[in-house]
Design a protein around this ligand. Structure first.
Ligand code: DGL
Length: 269
């Protein structure tokens, strides 16, 4: 059986990379809903419809669990999908609580898509954990567009971020939460623009830990079932863009380059 991992686009690879490192024996279906990216600037109802379509695809492709590797889709659709589908659905959320715990009383800036920032799920989470009113929210929709166009090193993201962050006194912040999985592709740019003691944090490792616990609890983990060694890097992943499987060498090489970039970003904190 498979683990389905999906996002509106390539942001979901942040979780795929984490999952491949943690659970290398599993088989994965990675689904980027590129016909509908970005989710973060659309209406809640539209995004719920897209997510439902992806869930139908995942259940038709023998998935034992699905990871919503998209903070936006989790915020608007995870609960609805859990009521509708009979398999574990694990969603990523902005890591607000761990950020507050690590910020030593300094402010926390949560960067996400406009829909995540607007949604009551994030507002409620902040209300629940931000006793001292230290959290600020910022929407950075254009980073999604830059990531989808492969504009990682062209300077566009750097200029955009520089402008968007210019209204904040960054010295007051202890943590910046990457609350959209596309943002991990730009950790190097964030690092250049933020003071050295502002740490970057995201929810991907916690989400995959949770996936592991859920599968273990159901006796459905592949790990320890007698396979000797991890398989060769990502031969256990099938990649889809809105239902169309990526099979050409050029497409698969692009996915590999994205993996490599994310591995480099992973070491930046
Ligand atoms: N990567 C997604 C997230 O984590 C959404 C990006 C988008 O489609 O707007 O929120």
């Amino acid at each position: 059986m498979n683990i389905g991992i999906f996002d509106s686009g390539i942001g979901g690879m942040t979780l795929l990379c984490e999952a491949l490192a943690e659970l290398p024996m599993e088989n994965y279906i990675f689904y980027a809903d590129t016909d509908h990216v970005p989710y973060g600037t659309k209406s809640k109802e539209e995004v719920i419809g897209f997510v439902d379509e992806v869930m139908r695809f995942m259940t038709a492709h023998d998935c034992k669990a699905v990871v919503i590797a998209c903070n936006t889709a989790t915020a608007v659709a995870a609960e609805k999908m859990r009521r509708k589908y009979d398999i574990p659905i694990i969603g990523i959320e902005p890591a607000v609580k761990p950020a507050l715990a690590a910020s030593h009383g300094k402010r926390v800036l949560v960067a996400a898509t406009p829909l995540t920032v607007r949604e009551k799920k994030l507002r409620k989470l902040v209300e629940r954990v931000d006793y001292s009113h230290l959290v600020d929210l910022i929407a950075l929709p254009r980073l999604v567009e830059f990531a989808e166009h492969g504009d990682f090193d062209t300077g566009k993201a750097r200029e955009y971020l520089r402008q968007e962050l210019s209204g904040y006194n960054l010295e007051n912040y202890g943590e910046l939460v990457l609350g959209c999985t596309h943002f991990n592709f730009f950790k190097d740019t964030f690092r250049q623009l933020l003071p050295a003691d502002v740490a970057l944090i995201d929810g991907s490792d916690g989400t995959i830990r949770h996936l592991k616990e859920v599968l273990a609890g159901r006796g459905e983990l592949e790990i320890g079932r007698g396979q000797a060694a991890p398989r060769e890097y990502d031969t256990n992943v099938r990649y889809f863009c809105s239902g169309r499987e990526l099979t050409t060498q050029a497409e698969l090489e692009y996915m590999h380059r994205l993996h490599e970039r994310l591995e480099r970003m992973h070491n930046i904190s």
